[in-house]
Design a protein around this ligand. Structure first.
Ligand code: ARG
Length: 569
């Protein structure tokens, strides 16, 4: 596609000797409304060089510029405003629509560079609860975004499958556990054991010692300990995978904390050789004073390692294995200090690749009280929330069947697509750093800025294309798309790739969420105010082709959010 911005850079680069292309690019602005052009270039900084009043400079430069890509170039005080040639723009968009179909706007921006996205990272033997939704959904979306832009992505679930709590669980299982009960209801039973063993350990030093003993045995590879631990892992993963299936989320690797247990000794040795470990109250730490951070504990006084030690080993392993352009951790903002320490410790160790580490933090999700009846204990399971969303949508569809006296095809599948899509959409609607309150009514509404609304527009376009016997080979004429509403849509389609690029640069999927809502709204306006299936074949085909482009971009945008776009709704 023609890059109009680049055309402007080329033009200005020839006219202005004192600025290079990069500088010009930095200065180009997108005006707040199209009356001021599609792009604007401020000339204030040229006043000194040209020794003229900026408004005069702008006027003179604007007068000299002639390009088929811009229908108008004029100055407004000290700005040169560029108005894109709408016919060329329409032609470009329709060509891209035909050539790329449902890959409209896809480019190889990342040039196959490796990018690791770590997300979800649930904890074995613990509930997969509502709090995990953020990392899971934001991370999956970032993975899709990077992939779309031509990066080679590696999705990692850094399972919490190691640490002293597993000594506790092994002991608890041997003492009070039942194989059958765990098999029937793994997470609930393991959670019960965990709660009980914590209570007992608080009361008795003997229990505490036994828990420690079993963790040591696990570390030493004691067959029984390893077998029980593996089994906890298997049954937990079975539960988690059911939820990942519902969410349509996949990982390339489940290398979690335990995977690094045998990689830590060499790393610690390396740290010692590099002379960065200090003794502190019996522990070995990396002093991070120069970075204004508390010391990073690498080995505890009892000789065991901690969460951070495993992350240090993981970062190094990932670097060596994947040589990533970026190693992204999608983890809540409560762990910001941890990731600062991780990066600083690697820097201090002289690993010059420390900068590939990116902590993509996010705020907390809370629930309006009383709206969620399915509580097991005090934890709200993500699976229950997903099922409830599906149930609620099923109910809405039932009502619709009754009211309109129709039969909805594949109702079950549709309810799941819409229900789970709605939850993801809501999750990705705001900047990730903000805390937010989950609201059922807002999430599942078919109107307003919601997932179901966007899906509905997509399905509406599908049926319109069918009704109009759309065929991509029919004749069309770009210049027929000249109404305000049509041009708005064309501009929006033109911006799609840039929005995705912005989203990946800032690690903010919500740019795409907002974009698809805007596009869907613009389309609806056009749909309501324009007769699309007109007599004139060429006009009809051209408008349908535009609709087809919108449908594809909505579908792609939703895909990047991890949401499916149903053909019928
Ligand atoms: N399992 C951890 C938790 O639930 C998150 C892991 C984050 N990733 C990491 N590499 N430390 O809090």
């Amino acid at each position: 596609m023609i890059n109009f911005r680049e055309e402007i850079i080329k033009i200005l680069d020839e006219k202005i000797e004192n600025l290079n292309k990069d500088e010009i690019n930095q200065m180009i602005e997108v005006p707040p409304n199209y009356e001021l052009g599609d792009f604007a270039f401020p000339v204030f900084s040229l006043a000194k060089i040209f020794r003229k009043n900026p408004a005069i400079i702008a006027e003179e430069l604007a007068g000299e510029i002639e390009s088929k890509y811009f229908e108008k170039v004029e100055n407004k005080s000290a700005y040169i405003n560029f108005y894109i040639n709408k016919n060329i723009l329409a032609e470009e968009i329709l060509k891209e629509t035909i050539d790329k179909k449902d890959e409209f706007g896809k480019i190889n921006y990342g040039e196959d560079k490796n990018v690791i996205v770590e997300y979800s990272s649930t904890n074995i033997a613990k509930p997969f609860h509502i709090g995990h939704i953020r990392s899971t959904v934001i991370g999956d979306s970032l993975k899709r975004i990077y992939k779309f832009l031509g990066y080679n992505t590696i999705a990692i679930n850094h399972l919490g499958d190691y640490g002293t709590q597993f000594g506790m669980l092994i002991y608890a299982y041997k003492e009070w556990g039942s194989k059958e009960a765990i098999e029937a209801n793994p997470i609930d039973e393991l959670l019960k054991l965990y709660v009980k063993v914590n209570e007992e350990a608080d009361k008795s030093k003997e229990v505490k010692d036994k828990c420690r003993y079993w963790f040591k045995e696990l570390e030493n590879g004691n067959e029984e300990a390893v077998e029980i631990w593996k089994w906890f892992k298997d049954v937990s993963l079975q539960e988690f995978n059911r939820v990942y299936d519902m969410l349509d989320i996949e990982f390339d690797s489940y290398n979690g904390e335990s995977f690094y247990s045998d990689k830590m000794p060499a790393l610690i040795e390396d740290f010692r050789e590099r002379n960065i470990l200090e003794e502190s109250e019996g522990a070995e730490v990396i002093n991070l004073e120069e970075y204004d951070l508390p010391p990073a504990i690498v080995v505890k006084s009892d000789g065991t390692t901690i969460y951070l030690t495993r992350d240090l080993a993981a970062a190094k392993y990932r670097h060596e294995t994947y040589k990533p352009y970026k190693n992204i951790y999608v983890v809540g903002s409560q762990q910001s200090l941890h990731f600062k320490q991780l990066k600083a410790a690697l820097k201090k160790a002289g690993f010059d690749w420390y900068d590939e580490i990116v902590h993509v933090a996010f705020g907390m999700v809370s629930l309006e009280d009383g709206t969620l009846s399915t509580r097991r204990g005090k934890v709200l399971y993500l699976e229950d929330v997903l099922n409830k969303a599906t149930e609620k949508v099923t109910h809405i569809l039932d009502e619709r069947e009754e009211e309109q006296n129709i039969k909805i095809e594949n109702k079950e599948e549709l309810a799941q697509t819409v229900g789970i899509g709605a939850i993801k959409f809501q999750e990705l609607f705001n900047g990730r750093i903000k805390d937010y309150v989950f609201d059922w009514d807002k999430t599942l509404s078919f109107e307003g800025e919601t997932g179901p609304y966007v899906q509905y527009v997509h399905a509406r376009i599908s049926s319109l294309l069918k009704k109009g016997n759309f065929n991509i080979e029919n004749e069309f004429e770009p210049s027929l798309l000249n109404s305000e509403l049509e041009i708005d849509i064309i501009r929006s389609l033109y911006n799609f790739t840039d929005v995705v690029i912005d989203a990946h640069e800032k690690y903010e999927p919500y740019f795409i969420t907002r974009y698809v809502v805007e596009l869907a709204k613009n389309f609806n306006k056009f749909y309501n105010q324009t007769q699309i299936l007109v007599e004139d074949e060429k006009l009809k085909n051209t408008r349908l082709l535009l609709c087809y482009g919108v449908k594809n971009v909505i579908k792609e945008g939703l895909y990047l959010l991890g949401i499916k776009a149903p053909e019928k709704m």
